[in-house]
Each structure stands twice: as C-alpha cells, then as structure tokens.
Design a protein. Structure first.
Length: 249
C-alpha cells in the first residue's frame, strides 16, 4: 500500500553522483567507511526520518517515496531539475582576493568559503583575484539513491521520539517524554541547555509535534539541573610515631 502524504517513515539510503559514482551521503556506516572524507566516527549512522511529500528530501526522491510501500527497496534516479538544480553561470563571480580577509593568502582551488553570507567553492586563484562558484556543489548532476523503506511510524510515542531526535540530535535514552494527551512534557538533558538556538529548536519541535501528532495540544519543556557532587574528602594521614613526637617538640 503506497505511503500517504505526511507519513513519517524511516529510510535507509546511500546517495551518489551518477557520472562519478562518488558517495556523498549515507545512513549506513559500512558505506561511509569506504570514503575516508565522508566517514565521521563521532556520528551515529541510523535510518533517517522523512515526512513523505513534505520536501524533507530532494523532490525526485520525495516523489519516489510517495509511490512506495514499507519494505520496498528502491533505485531512484534524480535529475537536476528535481535535485540540486541546473548550473547557473550567473552564480560564478570573480572577486578581489583581499575580500577574504586574514586568510586570503591561504585559500586554494576547491576550498569552500563564506562570502557575503553565501557559501561558495573556489574555482580559480590568481593575480589577486579568486573565482567563486555559488552554485550548489552538485548543481547540474544526476543523483542516484539506493533506498530501503524501513518503517512507518504509527504510534504517537514513536512519532514524538523521532521528531525530538531529528530536531535536537539527542539519543532517545537521554530525553524523557510524558504524553498525557492533550498535554506533552519533554525533559531535556542538561547537556542540551547550551545548544545554539535552543529556543528556536524548541519552537520548531513544538510545531512539528502539533502537525504530526494532532492529539497533542500543548507542549511543556522541562529543564532540570543537578547539583555537582561534593568534593572528595581528603583523608588525614597519620604520621609514624617517631615523626609525630618530633613535630610535638
């Protein structure tokens, strides 16, 4: 049975560039290990949460999922018009090298830089100027996806836990949720309190929950702080009798 729009599903996939066979994204650890530049030992490789038809993934992949069922294994070819777009020559600019600031002399071809709040790739360096390409790295490329549709989330608890994981990046074991519809209480661990943009994350997470778990009408976030453990008590060492007598004198 095809997945309905808005279904929350877990998908396992590997994405590669068709003409070069370069893997640039994967949820599979063994696949990531094949490319040293791609593998991140600090990351937990696991199926990705996707809302079907909600543009959480490239349009071409989204359309394929809309016609898929749980358990399907898909080979999806995503052309530029439904992927990262066609290359736009107007997005390639030549700028003075000095505009790159203190590290201007350290940049080289292929480096990814930020200029005027835009991300670009350096294509040429010379004569005090650099050519920066603001097209997406894979603009104009056809992308191949090898996808397994692992599971559809049906229960409210499953959906909430997956949405929390998506927005916060926290392991499920570190977050406590208490659902007593229409109220939901989410207790975040202390390590999350200093996360950049935490208030924005909480607002976005609440919006997700209201949308995908309509039985919830109110979300309450709880922040608990634990007192640090008391410092260790230093044991007083007893001096040998001879030394104790000498000190007494």
């Amino acid at each position: 049975m095809p997945l309905e729009k808005g279904s929350l599903v877990l998908v396992d996939y590997t994405a590669r560039v068709k003409d070069t066979n370069e893997i640039f994204e994967t949820t599979r650890e063994e696949e990531a290990k094949k490319t040293a530049e791609l593998y991140d030992p600090t990351r937990k490789y696991e199926p990705r949460l996707v809302s079907v038809g909600e543009s959480w993934v490239l349009k071409g992949l989204d359309e394929a999922l809309a016609n898929a069922s749980v358990g399907d294994k898909l080979n999806v070819e995503v052309t530029p018009d439904k992927g990262f777009g066609e290359r736009d020559p107007n997005k390639v600019r030549m700028i003075p090298q000095r505009k790159l600031g203190e590290k201007a002399d350290q940049v080289g071809v292929g480096d990814v830089i930020e200029v005027d709040d835009r991300t670009g790739i350096i294509r040429y360096v010379g004569s005090g100027r650099v050519q920066v390409d603001f097209n997406h790295r894979f603009a104009g490329r056809t992308i191949l996806y090898d996808v397994n549709v692992m599971k559809k989330l049906d229960s409210d608890t499953e959906k909430i836990n997956a949405l929390v994981r998506r927005r916060t990046g926290l392991e499920e074991s570190k977050v406590k949720t208490n659902l007593a519809a229409p109220n939901l209480e989410i207790e975040l661990p202390e390590e999350a309190f200093l996360a950049e943009g935490l208030q924005i994350i909480k607002r976005a997470l609440s919006s997700d929950i209201f949308k995908f778990v309509p039985s919830v009408k109110a979300v309450k976030f709880v922040e608990s702080y634990s007192a640090p453990p008391p410092p260790p008590v230093e044991e007083k060492k007893e001096l040998p009798k001879a030394e104790a007598t000498a000190e007494a004198k």
